[in-house]
Design a protein around this ligand. Structure first.
Ligand SMILES: [Zn+2]
Length: 68
């Protein structure tokens, strides 16, 4: 699955806030996702994220990777 920084992904299950969409804030072994509905952030293993993602929308806006 081709997932890049800044992409918006649509999950199979909604967040408790009702939103299905998350923004990719960090990629690697773990993904950091930010809920588009409420702003909640989670870190989940890549494999688990890919299992739960239904659709990926690539962002047109380039995102500068965070250094940490
Ligand atoms: Zn949410």
């Amino acid at each position: 699955m081709d997932i890049r920084l800044g992409d918006i992904v649509r999950m199979k299950k909604p967040h408790p806030c009702g939103s299905f969409e998350w923004k990719i804030e960090r990629v690697g072994m773990d993904f950091r996702l930010c809920c588009m509905g409420c702003g909640h952030k989670v870190m989940i293993p890549r494999r688990q994220a890919e299992k739960n993602i239904r659709e990926v929308r690539h962002s047109d806006v380039p995102v500068v990777p965070e250094e940490d």
